[in-house]
Ligand binder design. Structure first.
Ligand code: MRU
Length: 369
């Protein structure tokens, strides 16, 4: 069972849950116009939801993938005569989930963790129903741990902010992007809960406007003052001297601290450095990848150029003009003031300070059998 009630969550509802044989997600493509849920009763439907960003944000994708494997096994168990046959079907679904988005490591972390457990139990010949129960418990643990680690890192981050603070953020690293608490926005929520006066500048985050659509909506729903800016206005607000900290989430952090996050994060880090504003990455250990030494090894998802050619329904670019649409960029560790994690605020040199986080990530995922 989820232990969400232990925390005061910014949302009174789960972002991702598993109910009656379905993965149920807030459909983030429809916000802020309407709050509706998407129900995924098979893995191909869930894969589409991940690709279309109905569920998005590295930790939320990880939770969705964990429940996706529960769904995969339950469906396999209804058609397969024995654990070996069910495992073959399960592996196909797991591969489909792994093929949805390449950058957010939480996806692979969750697939290894829950998938590895399934492999071990099925190979040992455990009854189908017992494997199903174990996978459900493991997926619930993924969600519970995400809530706990995001809450912990948010408290560490809140301690960095002065009593009256202005934070600049990019994309959406809030409750919607996680099990429900948030990372960069979790820091803001925790600071506000402590009575600090926090104001936020939210980059709109072209091309899909996660900042304008989701971050502003989340903050407003918590009565936290938010001002949306064009991504290109970040330099101006940083030069004005009104920003105390830039805080973003992450999709994957390499062992040396290099960080992949939403396209536009790297220029923000350059600007923060230029204007001597601290630049923080807030992420749980499930976002840290102990298997890669540096950001050079991170695969950057390239999405449909149509997302750049259009602005919502508006066609902004003449026909046949090409567009380039990398979904993420890499911020070099040298531009990062600190990593805010559940283990505390970790400062350079990251090759040593990130040690416990990388180890926690490795231990939790267990490794594929
Ligand atoms: O393409 P998206 O919307 O999934 O990108 C999300 C981000 O880049 C977030 O900043 C990141 O996943 C951290 S979420 C806590």
């Amino acid at each position: 069972m989820s232990t969400m009630s232990e925390f005061e969550l910014p949302f009174p509802f789960p972002v991702v849950s598993y109910r009656d044989g379905e993965v149920v997600l807030i459909d983030q493509t429809r916000l802020p116009q309407e709050l509706v849920w998407r129900r995924c009763s098979d893995v191909p439907t869930l894969c589409r939801a991940i690709v279309e960003l109905a569920v998005r944000g590295a930790p939320a994708i990880g939770v969705a993938a964990a429940y996706g494997l529960v769904l995969a096994w339950e469906r396999a168990a209804t058609v397969a005569p024995d654990p070996a046959a069910a495992l073959a079907i399960f592996r196909r679904d797991r591969a489909a989930l792994a093929g949805t988005r390449p950058t957010a490591v939480n996806l692979f972390w969750a697939l290894e963790r829950v998938g590895g457990l399934c492999e071990r139990l099925a190979v040992a010949g455990e009854p189908l129903a017992q494997v199903a129960a174990a996978l459900r418990a493991e997926a619930d643990a993924v969600l519970d741990e995400d809530l706990r680690t995001c809450r912990q890192l948010s408290l560490h981050g809140a301690a960095l902010l002065p009593d009256t603070a202005v934070v600049l953020t990019h994309c959406n690293a809030g409750g919607l992007a996680t099990g429900g608490y948030g990372t960069a926005l979790g820091v803001v929520f925790a600071a506000a809960a402590q009575g600090k006066q926090v104001r936020v500048y939210a980059d709109e985050t072209r091309p899909l406007l996660q900042g304008a659509r989701l971050t502003a909506w989340e903050l407003q729903s918590q009565s936290i003052e938010v001002t949306v800016i064009c991504d290109s206005a970040a330099a101006t607000v940083l030069r004005n001297g009104s920003v105390d900290a830039v805080i973003t989430g992450a999709d994957r952090v390499a062992a040396n601290g290099d960080t992949a996050n939403k396209i536009g994060t790297y220029p923000l880090a350059v600007l923060a450095d230029r204007h001597q504003v601290p630049f923080y990455i807030a992420a749980p250990s499930s976002t840290y990848d102990p298997d890669i030494a540096s950001g050079a090894e991170i695969v950057i998802e390239e999405r449909d150029p149509e997302e750049v050619r259009t602005y919502g329904d508006y066609r902004a670019v003449a026909p046949r003009v090409t567009a380039f649409n990398p979904a993420f960029d890499i911020t070099p560790a040298a531009l990062i003031t600190a990593h805010i994690t559940e283990f505390g605020v970790l400062r350079p040199p990251f090759t040593s300070s990130l040690g416990p986080v990388l180890e926690a990530s490795r231990l939790a995922r267990g490794g594929l059998a």
